[in-house]
Design a protein around this ligand. Structure first.
Ligand code: ADP
Ligand code: MG
Length: 273
């Protein structure tokens, strides 16, 4: 379906939070799988040197001939570094551990913040007719995360429903503002999604109330429950939607994908907050 308000090309979303273990990679993999299920064509760019998104989709280290490092630092064309995942209409640009030196390797590069942006604007991307590009960021506000924010239309923030969840969010928002000023004026906040939510836990409810109180509509209605099937799925190299299709985790990621797509189809295109 054509959407006259949507710019041509895929919507590029950086999935970012400088805290580790909050559900960035889990959200990247499962939101991607849910979008694919809903008829979209999706590319995941794994920017975390740990490569968990690559592993979680069954791309073993031996199969990572080219990686996001080559894309960003060696100017390898997108078509060379992208692989088809085991899932139709889902592609991945894997990560390798050499990404961990990217910050240092980029220090003297004048275009250091724009390299991923330039790589994703290549004419090659047209060949895949992608609807979404999801960038799984490392747990830091490093140069790689900056590259993701410069390349992206929006930032989606997974927030673990745990004590201190909102701490660190102001630093993240400050970085978003800096990126807007320096490089990407149109960068939006796609939304904040509560992850590992436990309805029986007062703390989860308190974090939800705080998040909604402070961030309002920026917080997705959909919350991702803590669900053991979600945490088991990566060791079977599958999204939870394929590992246990009727699990609560799978249903939640389907709902998140629907909410995300609906937000784009409405006039609201993410907040400038
Ligand atoms: P990040 O990428 O932010 O470091 P991950 O997505 O790797 O975080 O998640 C951290 C850990 O929490 C992983 O072991 C993952 O399997 C687990 N996890 C993430 N989301 C859920 C969930 N909804 N229910 C249960 N475990 C989860
Ligand atoms: Mg991760």
């Amino acid at each position: 379906m054509s959407d006259p308000t949507r710019p041509p090309g895929p919507r590029i979303i950086a999935i970012a939070n400088q805290k580790g273990g909050v559900g960035k990679t889990t959200t990247t993999i499962n939101l991607a799988a849910a979008l694919v299920e809903q008829g979209k064509r999706v590319l995941i760019v794994d920017l975390d040197p740990q490569g968990n998104a690559s592993t979680g989709l069954g791309i073993g280290i031996e199969a990572r001939k080219f990686s996001a490092y080559d894309l960003i630092l060696e100017e390898a064309p997108l078509t060379t570094v992208i692989q088809q995942s085991g899932i139709r209409n889902l592609w991945i640009c894997p990560a390798t551990s050499d990404l961990s030196s990217a910050d240092m390797d980029l220090v003297s590069n004048e275009k250091r913040s724009f390299l991923l942006h330039d790589a994703l604007r290549q004419i090659d991307i047209d060949a895949y007719s992608l609807d979404y590009v999801l960038i799984d960021c490392p747990p830091s506000l490093s140069q790689l995360t900056i590259n993701a924010m410069v390349a992206a239309h929006s930032v989606l923030v997974p927030l673990q429903a745990e004590f201190f969840a909102l701490e660190g969010l102001s630093q993240l928002m400050l970085t978003v503002r800096e990126v807007r000023q320096a490089a990407n004026a149109d960068l939006r906040i796609e939304g904040v999604v509560l992850t590992m939510y436990d309805v029986r836990n007062n703390l989860s409810q308190q974090v939800e109330a705080d998040a909604r109180g402070n961030l309002g509509d920026l917080v997705f209605r959909t919350m991702i429950p803590r669900n053991v099937r979600v945490s088991e799925a990566p060791s079977y190299a599958m999204p939870v939607l394929h590992y246990d299709s009727s699990s609560r985790g799978a249903e939640a990621y389907r709902a998140l994908a629907r909410e995300l797509v609906a937000r784009h189809q409405s006039s609201r295109k993410g907040s400038g907050l």
